[in-house]
Design a protein around this ligand. Structure first.
Ligand code: BGP
Length: 477
């Protein structure tokens, strides 16, 4: 048995990390546009306005806004069947609260989707990938405010209506669950436009935002289906499976409990109601959340068609360990420890191909819904040689091993899998660090951490390798 002949091989990016076109277009600032570049182990800083003395890597990205034809031609050459990207909300509604959408922004995506479709590449679109209009965050507190549900729905409606004959595959919010890491400011900011740390009870604030986002997501799913019943609308979950460090029963239970952070949003989006472990948590902690009867109805009526997820690594927990987690960006917790059987990337992310098979089976056994791996990849420092070549055998090895495990999940475990879109298929700005040198692409972009470079594109060794993988439908690895 092989992968389905319609399997969606492709690549993934997100508007704020590669488009650029921020300062020279009608686009408004997004929450990502006010984030500076960080570095290894140094988180990005959220500035409260654009500080002219600071460097904002997203403002130029890799200048896809102006070079998209060249980039789409390379995707087509690699044989992409689909391309996952997002629509920058602040291109369509620069402030987020306007009554009418911005034509220039809408036209850009029309042109992009036409370009993709001319090569037979299916757009796979995330509505909100960490890029809420900054104005909504600043003036309304982002998703701390119920009004933001309607602002999001206006945006969703404008997109669904405009692209109803061009886009079939949608996702509502990127990695909606990574704000469970509410102690780290950038996850709350980029997911919800809120600074959880400013609230008396950051966890409660996170669940309140999360609730409004879940309602917004469910209402968007229902709205999308009413505009085009053929739409396939999914969610998007950051899946970092948690392993127990040992067979000590308390490690087993701890790992299981921590998996609730991975399942919570997905449970609501797939099942249409709050899981009991979450309700018990709210009760135990005396959370006073604004959840109405109507919200409960809306959640029920907007369950997703498929589950999109990112997979980069696993995490291992030891119930006897307690560490400081204020700056972690790798999904780890106070109980996280190194897994002695697993190597890590230069950024400390555990490299665990079998964990992908495990994740796929866990998802499928829990929900029996089609799955879509919409992010996976290896962030590394690449070197461009004098002759222009880039040798990245480590990336090929990472992807090969993950694809092997993905195939086992499909062929041996019976998982229904729609497609695979490796992250950062063309080098882009890293989300967690804002660096350029954490590269994932098959295509190298000449751009450095400080913004220098020609922006010229060149093929890495992984480019031809992936082309062969796609052409053989995953048979030649
Ligand atoms: C995910 C995000 C992406 C992306 C990726 C890699 O969390 O959805 O936006 O960037 O992680 O992370 P990073 O760029 O920090 O290496």
């Amino acid at each position: 048995m092989a992968l389905d002949k319609d399997f969606l091989w492709g690549g993934a990016l997100a508007a704020h990390q590669f488009e650029g076109g921020v300062l020279d277009t009608s686009k408004g600032y997004s929450v990502a546009d006010v984030m500076t570049a960080g570095a290894h182990g140094v988180p990005r800083v959220i500035t409260d306005q654009i500080d002219p003395d600071k460097y904002y890597p997203n403002h130029v990205g890799i200048d896809f806004y102006h070079r998209y034809k060249e980039d789409v031609a390379m995707m087509a050459d690699m044989g992409f069947k689909c391309f996952r990207t997002s629509i920058a909300w602040s291109r369509i509604f620069p402030n987020g609260d306007e009554a009418e959408p911005n034509e220039e922004g809408l036209q850009f995506y029309d042109d992009l989707f036409d370009e993709l479709l001319s090569y037979g590449i299916e757009p796979v679109i995330t509505l909100s990938h960490f890029e809420m209009p900054y104005h909504l965050a600043k003036e309304y507190g982002g998703f701390m405010n119920r009004k933001t549900i309607d602002f999001f729905l206006n945006f969703a409606e404008a997109c669904f209506k405009r692209y109803k004959n061009k886009v079939k595959y949608w996702m509502t919010f990127n990695e909606i669950n990574n704000q469970m890491n509410f102690k780290n400011d950038i996850f709350g900011w980029t997911n919800s436009g809120a600074h959880f740390g400013n609230y008396e009870n950051p966890e409660e604030a996170m669940y309140q935002c999360g609730h409004y986002e879940l309602v917004a997501s469910a209402k968007a799913v229902a709205l999308g289906h009413s505009i085009n019943p053929d739409f396939q609308i999914g969610n998007m979950i950051a899946m970092v499976p948690i392993y127990p460090f040992s067979c000590r029963p308390s490690d087993m239970v701890l790992a299981q409990q921590q998996m609730h952070d991975r399942w919570f949003f997905c449970d609501v989006q797939v099942r249409g109601h709050y899981p009991r472990y979450a309700l018990k948590n709210f009760e135990r902690k005396n959370f006073n959340l604004d959840i109405t009867e109507q919200d409960i109805e809306d959640l029920k009526n907007g369950t997703v068609d498929y589950i999109g997820f990112s997979y980069y690594m696993t995490n291992t927990v030891d119930s006897t360990v307690h560490r400081d987690t204020s700056t972690v960006t790798d999904g780890s917790s106070e109980h996280s420890v190194a897994n002695p059987f697993i190597e890590v990337s230069d950024w400390g992310w555990a490299i665990d191909p079998e964990g992908l098979r495990y994740a796929l089976s866990e998802f499928y056994e829990r929900y029996e819904k089609p799955l879509f791996i919409v992010e996976n990849g290896f962030g590394a420092i690449d070197v461009k040689e004098d002759d222009g070549s880039v040798h990245d055998p480590y990336r090929i090895e990472y992807l090969r091993k993950h694809i092997e495990q993905m195939k086992l999940a499909v062929e041996e475990d019976g998982v229904e899998l729609m497609g695979y879109t490796p992250w950062g298929c063309i080098d882009c700005v890293s989300f967690t660090t804002g660096e350029m040198k954490k590269r994932y692409g098959f295509v190298y972009v000449d751009r450095n951490n400080d913004g220098s470079g020609t922006l010229e594109r060149s093929k890495k060794d992984s480019y031809d390798w992936y082309k062969k993988v796609v052409a053989s439908n995953g048979e030649e690895l």
